[in-house]
Every structure is written in C-alpha cells, then in structure tokens.
Design a protein around this ligand. Structure first.
Ligand code: ADP
Ligand code: MG
Ligand code: ZN
Length: 481
C-alpha cells in the first residue's frame, strides 16, 4: 500500500468588525431577536440601492497588509446569482475576478506556536475578497427558520493556495490567522458567534507524485477544532476509498460534529452556475496611493513583533513572551501594566503565576479581571520599593482579587507594610537567637545553611512583615561577631 500525502486549501470566512452592515445602515450586532435588524436594502426589496461600507473596505485592506497581500488599486463587486432561502434578493454581492487583496503569506509552525512540532514555513494566500454574509438558517425537525439579522454583514473570504499538508498544519494556520486578525482589530473571530467559519478543500495523492488528486470541499466548519477533525476524517475517508479501488468524486460535503463524519451534500457547482456579472448599482472601488499609505503607516503591532519587543526591551524569555501574546486581551493587559513598573520581568512572573492562577480558579477571563493592570503595577511597584515583601504581596494580591480593593488600601487596612526599621528587626533577631540555641550553635560550628531557618523564624515572629534581607544581614552580623 503506497503512503499518501494530503493536499489542503482553505477558504476562511471572517466577519469584519464594523458598526453597520455591508451595504445598508442596519447595525452589525449579534444576539438580537431574529429579523429585527433588517431594512429594504438587506431584504432585497425592488429598487433598493446598496451603499458600500467604508470601514469594511478599510479593514479588509488592513487585513491584506497584515497578511502580506498586494492591495489592488482597482476592485469591484459582482453579483453571484442563486436561489436559496438565506438570501432574499437571490444574489450575493461578492468579488469574483477583481478582489481587494491579492496573494499574501501566513507563517505556520516554529516559534510562537505551542502544541505541535510543525517546522516553520509559509502558506501562500491566493486572495482576500469582501462580500456580504447570508441569513442564518436553523433546522429543527422538519422545520427551518431563517434569521436575516446576519444577512449582509461584511464578510471577508481569505483563500489559501493548496499549500497545507496535514490537519495539524490547518490547525496552526487557522490559529495564527485568528491571532493576527484579532491583533489588527479586524474581527473578534468569536467562533461561538459564527464570526470565523471555514471550508476545507482536501485531496490525497501517493507520496512522491506531484499531480493533485480530486478534491472534496467540506463546508461551514465553525471552529478550528472542527476544521482539524474534519480534515483528519476526510483524509482517512479518501485513502480508504482509493485503497478499496474506488475513485474520489469532486463534491461538496457537510460535517456532522456529533458523529465526527463528513457526508455528501451535492456535486460541486462551477463558477458558471452562478451567472456572475458586475453589480450595476455600485461603482468600482479605486484606492488612491495616499489612502493605502495612510493605512500602512498606522498598522498595529502583530504578535511576532510584540514577542520580539518583549524579549529585546523587557528581557523576557521567548517562553514568557509567547504566553503573554497568545491572547490579545492578555497582551493588552501586560502592555498597560508594563509601562508603569521598573522590572517587567517581575510583572510577567506575577501575571503568569498569581494572576493566571486566580483567573482560572475563579473561572473568569482576563477581560473581567477584578484587578486592573494599573493596580497590579501598583502592587509590583510596592514590592520593588520594599514597602511590602513578595510573600506578603501574594496575600495582598489574593485579597485584591476577591474584594476588588486596590493594593494600597489592602496593605493599609491589614497593616502589612514591611518592617524595615532596624531597631524593630533587631528585637526579633535577639528573640530568635535566644530561643534557638542549638541552631545558633550549629551555625557557629560551621553549618551556614542553618541561617535560613533562623531567618524563617524571624520572619514568623514579625508575622511575615520583616524585610527578609535585613533579617539575614542582622543575624549574620550578630552570629559572626
Ligand atoms: P473551486 O473553483 O473548486 O472553488 P478553487 O481553485 O477556487 O476551486 O480553490 C478553492 C480552494 O481549494 C483553494 O483554497 C485551493 O487552494 C484549494 N484547492 C484547489 N485544488 C485543490 C486540490 N486538488 N486539493 C486540495 N485543495 C485544493
Ligand atoms: Mg469554494
Ligand atoms: Zn439593512
């Protein structure tokens, strides 16, 4: 049995984060009662005229730049004609042969991606075009309901070349794509809200051959995990089919996430079936050089660049930088606090240990964190300044997290200010020396490690508030004398 290699290309649909729909002024809003965000334009009433959404075009151009595409100075919208309940006007406005963005590249594997050992390389994009979303159909038993609130929301379609070779690579590509689009504020890519959905095109061929096999397209996968599962299943299905002497037919398939199987839906339509033609009610889009340059000069920092900056400017490790940039919300949190502290490495440690632990224990997210970046920075600054010690800091942090009080209030209310008064510390030290004669004896007869025990006793006596460095110095001074 020859070994097979998969060839995979992805078409990813991403809703663009705008205030209104693509061609009318209905709100771009999720979760409203069905069919309440509609108007004559998005319902396709005769004579209603579309007006393109400027922000959607701008964000698609930005996405193109972040994904290394060429921006087309001239593009246009076309009508894709079809008859189905998810589009009242019986055509979808899309971009067929002159999309906004051409080409492009997305890095997969290598640094910044945990959870797999994919070698680093680039996946080529074919294009990004802008179109309008369709209404949401829900099938319940024999009935189907339709919600036009989603109809005509701005939707980018990001198409790759057939460059991907495994389900893990698909997972990595989609994860990186989502991260870049979130960092660019192009889309929240909230999968639960259907803001990122993809179609996977899969074929297989014997290893060592160069001709592509016949592909099947699995439509409408609504999570990265589902895309990964669907690709794995589809590769298995096609290899099994070929090994049994069958052939793969080019077709569109659906995915059942409950059974973990794909199923045949229909034979593939071709471009001709849609009778595309340029939308006569819209002017083509001309982008001036000045407009393109203005956008390029204001592009946000991407995760790769941010990681590099954290290592270079803040002295964090690659690992720290990766943890902090995995989610944009966490990176935002760190960036805000980092400006307010002296040692960002200490801050990073606090976030990765105390903060992430409390968040996960409380089952909450960084967006809802009761301790603001400013307050965490205040706590770290108190430790840096020696106002409290690190151990007390943990107690203070836990209290801040549960009560929502700020660092200063907690420290004052609980009387936790570090004792750095040498007179007071000397009192504790004298007491400890008196109460622990055998350890003192051990130390003086040449066992230096015992000093740590004596420091611990001093700290205990001070209820954790003594400055540990001062305790150590004073003990040494007295015992060595
Ligand atoms: P179609 O016209 O069938 O939609 P396209 O050429 O537009 O096909 O490609 C759609 C997607 O399928 C792209 O992401 C492309 O990379 C991918 N693709 C094309 N041919 C193959 C193949 N033989 N196997 C896997 N994916 C493919
Ligand atoms: Mg397609
Ligand atoms: Zn509308």
């Amino acid at each position: 049995m020859p070994a097979y290699e998969a060839v995979i290309g992805l078409e990813t649909h991403v809703q663009v984060k705008t205030g209104s729909k693509m061609f009318c002024s209905c709100p771009n809003k999720y979760g409203e009662p069905p069919n309440t965000l509609v108007c004559p334009i998005c319902m396709g009433f005769p004579g209603a005229l579309p007006v393109p959404n400027k922000l959607a075009i701008r964000k698609t151009v930005e996405a193109g730049m972040l994904l290394n595409c060429e921006i087309a100075p001239y593009s246009k919208f076309d009508r894709k004609n079809y008859f189905y309940a998810d589009m009242a006007k019986s055509f979808q406005l899309s971009q067929l042969d002159q999309p906004l963005c051409l080409g492009g590249r997305v890095r997969i594997g290598g640094k910044g991606f945990s959870g797999s050992d994919i070698p680093e390389r680039e996946v080529r994009l074919n294009r990004i075009h802008l179109e309008e979303d369709v209404a949401k159909l829900s099938h319940k038993g024999n009935a189907t309901t339709v919600d036009f609130n989603r109809c005509s929301l701005p939707l980018m379609e990001i198409v790759t070349e057939p460059d991907l070779r495994s389900a893990d690579e698909v997972y990595c590509y989609l994860t990186n794509l989502k991260q870049i689009l979130q960092y660019g504020d192009i889309s929240d890519c909230d999968q639960e809200k259907g803001q990122m959905r993809c179609d996977v095109n899969v074929s297989v061929r014997p290893v060592g051959t160069s001709k592509f096999g016949t592909k099947a397209e699995i439509k409408n996968l609504n999570s990265i995990r589902a895309a990964h599962r669907a690709v794995e299943y589809e590769i298995w299905r096609q290899v099994k089919e070929i090994e049994a002497g069958g052939t793969i037919v080019q077709e569109t398939r659906g995915w059942n996430d409950d059974t973990g199987e794909s199923y045949s839906m229909r034979n593939k339509e071709t471009v001709d079936d849609y009778r595309y033609f340029p939308e006569p009610d819209l002017m083509p889009i001309y982008l001036t050089d000045a407009y393109i340059e203005e956008i390029r000069s204001a592009l946000p920092e991407l995760p790769d660049q941010m990681r590099e900056r954290f290592v270079r400017e803040y002295g964090l490790t690659e690992y720290d930088a990766q943890v902090l940039t995995q989610e944009k919300a966490l990176a935002d949190y760190f960036n805000q606090a980092a400006k307010l502290v002296k040692t960002q490495k200490t801050l990073s440690n606090w976030i990765q240990t105390e903060l992430l632990r409390e968040l996960s224990a409380a089952g909450t997210t960084i967006e809802e964190c009761p301790v603001t970046p400013k307050e965490l920075a205040a706590l770290v600054t108190m430790i840096e300044a020696g106002t409290i010690n690190g151990k007390i800091g943990k107690v203070v942090f836990a209290e801040m997290f549960t009560s929502g009080k700020n660092a200063k209030t907690v420290v004052e209310e609980k009387g936790l200010i570090q004792v750095s008064d040498s007179g007071a510390i000397e009192g504790f030290v004298n007491q400890v020396i008196e109460q622990n004669p055998s350890q003192v004896e051990q130390y003086q007869s040449g066992n230096p490690k015992v000093i740590q025990f004596l420091v611990g006793q001093t700290m205990k006596l001070s209820k954790g508030k003594a400055n540990p460095q001062m305790c150590l110095e004073l003990l040494k001074k007295k015992l060595d004398a």
